[in-house]
Write a new protein. Structure first.
Ligand code: 5AD
Ligand code: FES
Length: 317
């Protein structure tokens, strides 16, 4: 389980599918302050999250210096908790500085592994540069998350095969897969959303291709079907990212229409998701949730993690 903090919806990119694209003048823009972010982290810690995902648009306000300050602030207070960043494309040096400041993981979906489709959906961006970013992040030492959308306009099964081949080759630690869902203020507003069936099929195939991979059952999947996340877990998913953002900004972080959980407090999502996972026949793990292959490579201390998990169970009781 990871606590998701959506800390800015300013974005300099113009991805045609996305509700916070720069050209969307309808988007109500916000940035959380360092104090706001810390408040979310504190709430997250109290709810038992051992890892936080700081996600935002590509916002120049959050320079390396600002990000380093935020990362250090969190790590000073919670040295054993993991920090995941999801801030889009940055330079090798920038990724390296943030890693050295204490960031552990980075999520950067490749979005689609077909160049023509990528170019059409990402005006002004480069297919090659995005792939290079993923390689850079891996080389620096981050646990890396790639991923793609299912059911994009014009996407064929052949394109999805490209995605499978790409993730097999890259071997990311995590792979975020969700259905495309149209947003009313984007050029793709009249297109159909990806389906539950196709998305869960892709989750299952990625699970088989990369047995150790962390596979989120995404909010987008939960948004197209009332029990989408449960179905995603049954198909091979093993990660959920409940929202930790302040409720005052939840609706503003609108990447697609019909996003779930916009009115729910962090504690409600925490309870809700655990109940759903249990009902689906699974157990929630309250550790950092590192990729198992990565842990073996890094000689991670399993005993210590078990003790930590046990302590949290006692506190929760
Ligand atoms: N539908 C589904 N997913 C979307 N994302 C952005 N816009 C949409 C949309 N309209 C996904 C992208 C991005 C992630 C943060 O959200 O894959 O990487
Ligand atoms: Fe947010 Fe269910 S996970 S209300």
């Amino acid at each position: 389980m990871r606590g998701l903090i959506e800390f800015t919806n300013f974005c300099k990119r113009n991805c045609v599918y996305c509700g916070i694209r720069r050209s969307n003048t309808e988007a109500d823009r916000y940035r959380l302050t360092k104090e706001d972010i810390m408040e979310c982290v504190d709430i997250g810690d109290r709810l038992g999250y051992k890892t936080y995902v700081l996600q935002g648009g590509e916002d120049d306000y959050f320079t390396d210096e600002v990000m380093i300050e935020i990362i250090r602030m969190i790590k000073e207070k919670y040295p054993n908790n993991a920090i995941t960043l999801s801030l889009g494309e940055r330079s090798y040096e920038s990724y390296k500085k943030m890693f050295e400041a204490g960031a552990d993981r980075y999520l950067l979906r490749h979005e689609t592994a077909t160049k023509e489709l990528y170019d059409e959906l990402h005006p002004g961006a480069s297919f090659e540069e995005r792939r290079q970013c993923l390689k850079n992040l891996k080389e620096i030492g981050y646990q890396v998350g790639a991923g793609f959308m299912v059911g994009l306009p014009k996407q064929t099964n052949k394109d999805l095969v490209n995605d499978l081949l790409f993730v097999k080759e890259l071997e990311p630690h995590m792979c975020g897969i969700g259905p495309f869902i149209p947003h009313k203020d984007t050029p793709l507003k009249n297109n159909k959303a990806g389906t539950l069936e196709k998305t869960t099929t892709m989750l299952a195939l990625v699970r088989l291709l990369l047995p150790n991979v962390l596979l989120p059952s995404t909010t987008a999947l939960g948004s197209i079907d009332p029990t989408g996340r449960e179905k995603g877990i049954k198909a091979g998913g093993n990660v959920v990212m409940p929202n930790l953002s302040p409720t005052s900004v939840r609706e503003k972080y609108s990447l697609y229409d019909g996003k779930i959980c916009t009115g729910d407090e962090a504690a409600e999502c925490r309870q809700c998701i655990e109940g759903r996972i249990r009902k689906a026949g699974f157990k929630v793990e309250v550790t950092r949730g590192d990729n198992v292959a990565w842990k073996k490579e890094h000689g991670y201390n399993f005993v210590e993690e078990k003790i930590q998990a046990e302590n949290i169970r006692i506190i929760n009781k």
